[in-house]
Write a protein that binds this ligand. Sequence first.
Ligand SMILES: NC(=O)c1ccc[n+]([C@@H]2O[C@H](COP(=O)([O-])OP(=O)(O)OC[C@H]3O[C@@H](n4cnc5c(N)ncnc54)[C@H](OP(=O)(O)O)[C@@H]3O)[C@@H](O)[C@H]2O)c1
Length: 343
Amino acid sequence: MGKLTIFGYLREQWTKLPISTADVSDQSLVVVGANVGLGNEAAVHLAQLKPKSLLITSRDEVKCERSKADVEIRSGMTGIESWPLELCSFDSVRSFVDHFEAKGCIANVLIANAGISTMKYTKTPDGYETTFQVNYLSTALLSLLMLPHLVKAGTPEHASRLVIVSSECHYLANRLKGADKWPSIIETINDEAYCTRSVMMNRYFLSKLLEVMFIRELSFRLPTPTLVAVSAVNPGSCHSRLTREVESNPLFKFAVRIYKGLVARTTEMGSRTLVHAAIEPGERERHGHYLSSCEVTEESDYTLSAEGREVSKRLWHETLEILGDIDPRINTIVSEHLIRDVA
Ligand SMILES: NC(=O)c1ccc[n+]([C@@H]2O[C@H](COP(=O)([O-])OP(=O)(O)OC[C@H]3O[C@@H](n4cnc5c(N)ncnc54)[C@H](OP(=O)(O)O)[C@@H]3O)[C@@H](O)[C@H]2O)c1
């Protein structure tokens, strides 16, 4: 059904999730947004398993240094690479990938975890609404620029993994109705006049839906059997700093604290969902899917509807057009690694 029900939600929130113990000794892993929250806990879990290499990212050099020290101390792993990556800037994404290539790095796993939740309409220096760029456009740019590396590291026996951290909130996204008739979906989504207060209240949900759609569209275009298994993961509602903006209001802070106290998972528990998708066997069964509590789960009804499928397909093409202008490598990657025409 692809629906979020209160009982289903609570049952999941209170479910204890498995801790992954897969052998990653020959794996090179990348975790984006690892200075705090789910990305940080996922990085610690992965580091404890002693991968061949671990590269984590934070927004700036200071956070990079701190998160490297933190993950190394908590896991006992040494030699973790910690690089800056700011998703408000396409240049930062491109520089990150340039650096990755210049150093001849390898990636068996990319966990695209970084994300924000804000109801304020602000634009990045690149001219896109911030939630839209951080959670969707830059995440898509990074994922596609890293695709050749994931393909290179994948084998028929063991596909590489791209894990985008989405959310059950994608079920609540309600701002795309009729979008199949919009002249440009992305232009509309990004338009300040369209982004009224009520639209911005649903913004985070929309960004998480776009991630689910991106993963589905990407999976349709990867050749079978794929060398890269892609999935969108819901970590569940967790105690993290994601709600920092809402919590800046003392009244909401109180309400959020009570709500979280009752239902939220620890970030450590939520991070197990990221780690599971990244390293546990069964990646081909999860390929192209949305996962919740470490299981393949149906996406929202809208995603699966005729309109949702059409919107998803158009979004894919509009996204590639924008990303191709930002970085010409995107066009080469698409022609070399993806099937062009999908019904
Ligand atoms: N917590 C939940 O209940 C929940 C539920 C479902 C899905 N998720 C998803 O889980 C992911 C992680 O969230 P979290 O709960 O761990 O929140 P968090 O504690 O706020 O961590 C978010 C991470 O993303 C980074 N980030 C934010 N904006 C960025 C930017 N412009 N460029 C680069 N990195 C940026 C943050 O860096 P800074 O510290 O520098 O800001 C931080 O490392 C997000 O994608 C979120 O949507 C969370």
